[in-house]
Design a protein around this ligand. Structure first.
Ligand code: C2E
Ligand code: MG
Ligand code: MG
Length: 277
């Protein structure tokens, strides 16, 4: 029974992998954009690009299902390139229409292992005509800490070009604080699990969030709280100096055209507020 179920799983994976190859050719992997709100201004002026697989029957597959298969099969390179390209081209077009917005893109462990990673990113940014300051790369804490020297070497040319760098899912891995202070990251993203802990009234979760915010202040880094769903959690992190929040409180990831509409609506609301004043 055991081998049979293993076989079934292997077959299902192979099948998914084959489907994904076709989907890549048909451009079915698309970037969706989740708003990030700047707590200092109350404006959405940044977002995170999240991969979605839009099937021909319009069903949407989330990355939890296809990223692991993409990593195992090596398809992650092509997939990530597609998301990076779309994110950079969309952000460049929002800037051209008067709504400059930062876009963050997730970097997979496998991409980070490629010696030409920085070169590839810089080429995409250049082709898209995007200001490098508008792109942020999210690298998970575990990937960074697995080999900090290598991380430093890979991000150096990106940093010099003006691209922003964020440590994703912070608090899940094992950060060496001495190493962290030497890595030139701009942003720390507090992992969702700590915000979930806040919701449960778990004092330890609250203490970890406070510690990360204090650490970031000392290291001169900005902080994004991820997975914020309730106003009281936003107030909690805002009162402790958090810079950005991202979460269902302000919206899930939406398609490029829907996100552009959100930016237009926001600008429209600001103009009518000015007129009223
Ligand atoms: P992540 O980078 O930590 O992204 C945040 C995830 O949390 C997203 O899930 C997002 O939809 C979800 N989320 C945001 N706000 C809330 C909230 O208020 N409550 C809850 N419960 N969840 C929230 P998603 O889109 O399923 O992505 C999962 C992970 O897949 C991402 O985690 C990232 O590690 C990976 N991923 C997504 N897109 C890409 C990509 O283009 N390339 C690579 N390499 N990885 C990607
Ligand atoms: Mg991320
Ligand atoms: Mg995260």
């Amino acid at each position: 029974v055991y081998t049979q179920s293993l076989d079934r799983e292997a077959v299902a994976r192979l099948h998914l992998e084959r489907e994904m190859r076709g989907a890549l050719e048909r451009n079915e992997f698309r970037a969706y954009f989740q708003p990030k709100m700047d707590l200092r201004t109350g404006r959405v002026d940044a977002c995170e690009a999240l991969a979605r697989w839009i099937r021909p029957d319009r069903t949407i597959v989330s990355p939890g299902r296809f990223i692991p298969v993409a990593e195992e099969s090596g398809l992650i390179g092509a997939l990530s390139d597609a998301i990076m390209r779309e994110a950079c081209w969309k952000a460049a077009s929002w800037a051209r229409s008067g709504h400059p917005t930062k876009v963050a893109v997730n970097v997979s462990a496998l991409q980070f292992r490629n010696e030409r990673f920085a070169e590839n990113v810089l080429r995409v940014v250049h082709h898209a005509g995007l200001a490098p300051q508008s792109l942020e790369l999210e690298i998970t804490e575990s990937v960074v800490m697995a080999d900090p020297d290598r991380a430093l070497r890979i991000i150096k040319p990106l940093r010099e070009a003006g691209i922003r760098l964020a440590i994703d899912d912070f608090g899940c891995g094992h950060s060496n604080l001495a190493v962290l202070s030497k890595l030139p990251f701009d942003v720390i993203k507090i992992d969702q699990q700590f915000v979930r802990a806040l919701e449960r009234g778990d004092a330890q979760g609250a203490a970890i969030i406070e510690m990360v915010l204090a650490l970031a202040r000392t290291l001169n880094m900005e902080v994004v709280a991820e997975g914020v769903e309730r106003r009281e959690d936003m107030d909690f992190v805002a009162a402790r100096g958090c810079h950005w929040i991202q979460g269902f409180l302000f919206g899930a990831a939406v398609s490029g055209p829907e996100f552009a509409e959100l930016l237009r609506r926001q600008a429209g609301a600001e103009i009518s507020a000015e007129d009223a004043a």
